[in-house]
Design a protein around this ligand. Structure first.
Ligand SMILES: [Fe+2]
Ligand SMILES: [Fe+2]
Length: 215
């Protein structure tokens, strides 16, 4: 192996490790855009409402941990030369989402999920497998995942305590970004995943949401 290639591999490995730390260490992710929650006052909430809002925001935060891992896994195995810039931009937006959800969890006097390393590892493996299968599968997987995230977010708009506009503002911006990510991935040549694959994905997301709401 030439020295240049060796250096490239080492650089990439360091980059991967840096993202892993920024994703999993609380407070390490720095957003690129201001937090949309800033536009709203801190709402009065009962203890029960606060705990419920925190459970939902913890699910959203773990979803963003999975998104980071997915992009990292794909970056390892996919070619994606034509869409690499777009993918980097999407990954940056996911870091905003991750940081905003974490900030909101802190305001709600709560914490990110203890299960995050498990979900990071699982999503990294899935991303790497999709990337190795080929770019059209990899992009199709991004689109299918983002669709599912959008559905979750729509459900959370309703489910959050009515007065919690701070959390809702974050989810609104996330929804806009995720819908873009899905459109872009399909436009770039991603395949539409068949229903059975989507069903397995729904099942996995159910396991995640049920466990992360509390832990
Ligand atoms: Fe996101
Ligand atoms: Fe996204």
């Amino acid at each position: 192996m030439s020295l240049v290639r060796q250096e490239n591999s080492v650089d990439r490995l360091i980059g991967q490790f840096d993202t892993l730390l920024r994703t999993l260490v609380p407070g390490a992710a720095q957003p690129y855009r201001p937090n949309p929650a800033q536009l709203h006052e801190q709402p009065d909430m009962t203890e029960e409402e606060r705990r419920h809002a925190a459970g939902l925001m913890r699910i959203n935060h773990t979803g963003e941990v999975c998104a980071q891992a997915l992009y990292q896994g794909q970056a390892l195995t996919a070619r994606l030369e034509a869409v690499r810039d777009q993918m980097t931009l999407a990954a940056q937006e996911e870091i905003d989402h991750l940081a905003w959800c974490e900030q909101r969890l802190k305001e709600l006097d709560s914490h990110t999920s203890l299960l995050n390393p498990v979900f990071y590892a699982l999503s990294f493996g899935i991303g790497a497998a999709a990337g190795a299968a080929g770019d059209k599968y990899s992009l199709g997987f991004v689109a299918a995942t983002e669709d599912q995230v959008c559905k979750h977010l729509e459900h959370h708009f309703e489910d959050l305590p009515a007065q919690d506009e701070r959390s809702r503002a974050i989810l609104r911006q996330m929804h806009e970004d995720e819908a873009h990510h899905a459109d872009w991935a399909l436009a770039a040549g991603g395949i539409e995943f068949p229903t059975p694959v989507r069903k397995v994905m729904t099942l996995m997301s159910k396991v995640m949401t049920k466990s992360v709401y509390r832990i």
